[in-house]
Structures are given as structure tokens and as C-alpha cells.
Ligand binder design. Structure first.
Ligand code: ADP
Ligand code: GLC
Length: 473
């Protein structure tokens, strides 16, 4: 089949979170399976400067705000996938993808309506023509509406990577989208008197997917539905949960050049050097036989940062160390800084986006902490396991689907899970981790169990093929 992906992120040069990793891997896996795959992204500043794209002859005429915009398209190629960068500098040539200091850019609706409309225009120019446009998250959620409005013979798939971010606007904004008035209805983009982009895509796409089977079930409940659970229930027949994979070539501790030493499940010696190097890089006191916990995360409440930060005192008291790489909400950033002051040499924090350091944390810490309140899929727990850090995670969403509680009776399992809504449950999981730490032989069994797991995209490809086929024709 011919499939056009539309998204706002593409690793490594346009990345905020896991969406970027998915868009840099799933299309390539589908291409490898023989499909004709292309990806349309905004030509963000990072992508323009990356050298991966070149300005092509193709110019699209994109209607927006009552006029036609001559829009240049930049092209590139990766792993058999055609990449298209939509150039509109006043929208996309900016220092950040979404906004400054936690707030979205005020013209987000116009930016992402433009992305959707341009991508649909692009679909009319691609040869062979895509049968399916696969739109991702709320930024690309206007794709199904534009396809329907133009009456194009193209099917649409919409993937929810995170239901909390929906793109909600006052009703009056609808008129700026260039869509027929009839679409501002309960069967379309209207939701309780407001414009809601994600809701519109859920009802108008031919099929809807999300990034893990457990999250698929959770979002149909009031607790995790963020107001859209009934809308999702109504589409249950066309809703599929497909677990994300990871790019096992790009994330391989046996070859990763960012690590001090390489290692693999059968030869763990190099990992010890990585651990010592990480202590030095982060300015930690040598852990003296005590474990190091790591976190690589957006600093957001949904990631359970408040739970993690509240638990640090206990962790340090028991001799543990914490290294945290992440940036995000201002309140959480200052709390994290306060902890470094309180526990110098035991808690170390870096607030920046640093891919190399992220890899060294996966490869140099003993345990990887992820107390998420909800987690659609989560990729970092998979990177951590592959790099030998044992995950200590909330039992929710994709974490439930990827981490199995360690069971000493039969030496099975890969980590520790706790109920994110039970008070003190995180402490319990940390205690179980510390008990494992005291048995080095068992620690290595658990570690190896995780390192041997297969997280490639192999299983997801047939699942997406099934979705595409179910809506074909
Ligand atoms: P989410 O998409 O919700 O943020 P995921 O676990 O799916 O969570 O993906 C997060 C991705 O972003 C991973 O690739 C992770 O390594 C990366 N990441 C998060 N914070 C940082 C950071 N400060 N520096 C480098 N990489 C980061
Ligand atoms: C979102 C989710 C995360 C998921 C990622 C990729 O950012 O928060 O759980 O792994 O998308 O699908």
C-alpha cells in the first residue's frame, strides 16, 4: 500500500518526545515490508539546518485564511521512505516546535491547520498516490476533516499518542479553518460548544489507533479518557491498540558510540565502566556499593515527577543516588534544583535536551524510574531495559504492557511495577528494587531478562497493515 504519515516530530532533529522516535522508525519498518511510505512534517528550523532535506521544485498551493499560499516542499530520503518538509518560515522556522516556556505559540491552530491542509494537498501530488494518510496526535488531527471536505478518495488513520493534548479552541476559531460549516457539529469537530481537534479526528478518521493495548482500554474509561471516553467507546470497533517498538539498530548498547564502553547481555563488563563514567559526568559521589536510579523525561506532572521528587528523600536515606535528565514545567524544574541543593553529590540533575547523556543514563544506571500517572506507551523503559537498567514503573498503559514484575521463584520478569494511585506504592517498589540490589547474582538475571527482550517494530507492522486493509476500498 501507499501511505503518507503526517506528524510534527521526526528524530533526531525535530524532537520533543517519543512521537519523534516513532515517526523515525515505523514508516521505515513499513517500507521495509514493501509498502510505499512517505512522511510529511513541518520544515522546522532543526530540519532545515540538518542537511537531510533539500529544496525541491514542487510548490503547493495551499488555501489558508482566504488566499492561496505558494508553499515550497523540501525533500529527503531515509531508509526507503520519502521525507517531505513543508516550508512556511513564519510558522515553522522557530527555535522550538510547539512554544516557549511551557506555553504553546499563540498561533498554534493556524500552524497546524496549515500543516494538515498542506499535507492533504501534497497527497494529491505524490506518485503513486497514497491510499491512506496516517495522521498523528492533535497537531495533525485536521487531516481527516480536510480529506472529507475535499471528497478525496483517500482513507485516513489517526493515532493517539497522548490523549491529554487535544487542541481545544473557542467555537469562533472554527471559521478560520476553511472547512464546511457542517463540520462544526457533534459528528465533527464540535465538542461541548468548543472546537476540539482531537475529538474531530476520532470521529472522522476511518480508523483510530493508540500506542499500546492497555492504553486503548484505559482511554475508554472516565478516569483516563480526558473527557473523550464516550467518544472513544462509540468508535470501539475501529479502535486498535498497537504497542510501539523501538529502533533496535539505533538503540544498541553493543554499538552505541555515546557510551564509554560497549556491552551486551552476554558480556556486561563494559557496563561497569559506563556507570563510573556517568558518576563522574554528573558529579555524583561514588555510589559506594549503593544503586543509582535514573530518569530521562519531560518534567510534567503526568510523568509522576511530583511522586518521584517526593520519594527522593527516602531513596537517598537508603543510600541510593538519583540522576535526572529532563526539562519542562517551571515548578518541577525548581523543585528538582532544590533537591540537588539538599542532597549534593547524591542527586544530580541536568535540564537540557541531550541525547548522548540520555543514552549514558540508560547504560550507566542500575534502575530506571518512571512513576507516570498515565503512559500511552513509553519508550524510555524499553531503552532502559535494552541498556541494562532495570525499570521501576507505574502499572499503567504501555508500562503495563512492557514491564513484567520480577519473580524470584522462577527468575522471570524484568522490573518492578506499582499502582500509581495508591499512596506510598512507589516506596514499596523502590524497596523491592533495593532488595534485589542486595543479591548481585539475581540483579544480573533480571538485567539480562530485560536486555534480551525484543522490542523491534516487527510485531507492529502486521498490526498496522491489518488496520490499513480494514479500511481499504
Ligand atoms: P514522551 O513521548 O511521553 O515524552 P516517551 O518515553 O515515549 O515519552 O519518549 C520520550 C523520548 O524523549 C525518549 O526518546 C527519551 O529518551 C527522550 N527524552 C526525553 N527527555 C529528554 C532529554 N532531556 N534529553 C534527551 N532525550 C530526552
Ligand atoms: C507520547 C506518549 C508516550 C509514547 C509516545 C510515542 O508522547 O506520552 O507514552 O511513547 O507518545 O507514541
Amino acid at each position: 500500500m501507499n501511505i503518507l504519515f503526517v506528524a510534527t516530530e521526526l528524530a533526531p532533529h525535530a524532537k520533543v518526545g517519543g512521537l519523534a522516535d516513532v515517526i523515525a522508525a515505523l514508516p521505515m519498518a513499513l517500507a521495509k515490508a514493501g509498502h510505499g511510505v512517505s512522511v510529511a512534517v513541518p520544515l522546522h528550523r532543526g530540519l532545515r539546518l540538518s542537511g537531510e532535506f533539500r529544496r525541491a521544485k514542487l510548490e503547493l498551493n495551499v488555501p489558508a485564511a482566504d488566499r492561496l499560499w505558494g508553499t515550497r516542499v523540501w525533500v529527503g530520503e531515509r531508509g526507503g521512505v520519502a521525507l517531505f518538509g513543508i516550508e512556511r518560515d513564519e510558522y515553522f522556522d522557530r527555535p522550538h516546535l510547539y512554544g516557549d516556556g511551557g506555553a504553546d505559540y499563540p498561533d498554534s491552530l493556524a500552524r497546524f491547520n496549515f500543516l494538515a491542509r498542506a499535507a492533504v494537498e501534497l497527497a494529491r501530488h505524490i506518485e503513486p498516490a497514497p491510499e491512506v494518510i496516517h495522521a498523528n496526535d492533535w497537531h495533525a488531527a485536521l487531516v481527516p476533516a480536510h480529506v472529507l471536505a475535499l471528497g478525496l478518495p483517500i482513507r485516513t488513520v489517526f493515532t493517539i499518542h497522548n490523549l491529554r493534548y487535544q487542541g481545544e479552541y473557542p467555537a469562533g476559531e472554527f471559521a478560520s479553518l476553511g472547512l464546511p460549516n457542517g463540520m462544526f457539529r457533534p459528528e465533527g469537530l464540535e465538542f461541548y460548544g468548543k472546537l476540539n481537534l482531537m475529538k474531530g479526528a476520532i470521529v472522522m478518521a476511518d480508523a483510530v489507533t493508540t500506542v499500546s493495548p492497555t492504553y486503548m482500554k484505559e482511554i475508554q474509561t472516565e478516569e483516563h479518557g480526558y473527557g473523550l471516553h464516550e467518544v472513544l467507546q462509540a468508535r470501539a470497533k475501529n479502535l486498535t491498540g498497537i504497542l510501539n517498538g523501538i529502533d533496535e539498530e539505533a538503540w544498541n548498547p553493543a554499538k552505541d558510540v555515546e557510551l564509554k564502553k560497549n556491552f551486551r547481555a552476554g558480556a556486561l563488563k563494559g557496563r561497569e565502566a559506563c556507570r563510573v563514567a556517568l558518576e563522574q559526568e554528573m558529579g555524583l559521589e561514588p555510589a559506594n556499593g549503593r544503586p543509582i536510579f535514573g530518569m530521562v523525561t519531560r518534567l510534567a506532572r503526568e510523568k509522576g515527577m511530583d511522586l518521584a521528587l517526593a520519594g527522593v528523600g527516602e531513596l537517598v536515606k537508603k543510600g541510593g543516588r538519583l540522576v535526572l535528565l529532563g526539562m519542562g514545567e517551571a515548578g518541577l524544574e525548581s523543585e528538582a534544583k532544590a533537591l540537588v541543593k539538599k542532597y549534593p553529590g547524591r542527586v544530580a540533575v541536568r535540564m537540557e535536551h541531550h541525547e548522548g547523556l540520555a543514552r549514558r543514563i540508560f547504560g550507566g544506571t542500575d534502575f530506571f524510574l518512571m512513576p507516570s500517572r498515565y503512559e500511552p506507551c513509553g519508550l524510555t523503559q524499553m531503552y532502559a531495559m535494552r541498556y541494562g537498567a532495570i525499570p521501576v514503573v507505574a502499572d499503567t498503559g504501555g508500562l503495563h504492557d512492557t514491564v513484567e514484575e520480577w519473580n524470584p521463584a522462577n527468575k522471570s520478569g524484568t522490573g518492578f511495577l506499582f499502582n500509581p494511585s495508591a499512596p506510598k506504592a512507589l516506596d514499596g517498589a523502590v524497596d523491592r528494587a533495593l532488595a534485589l540490589w542486595d543479591e548481585p547474582a539475581m540483579m544480573n538475571v533480571t538485567r539480562r531478562n530485560g536486555m534480551k527482550m525484543e522490542w523491534g517494530w516487527g510485531a507492529a507492522v502486521p498490526a498496522y497493515e491489518k488496520v490499513y486493509r480494514s479500511i481499504d476500498g
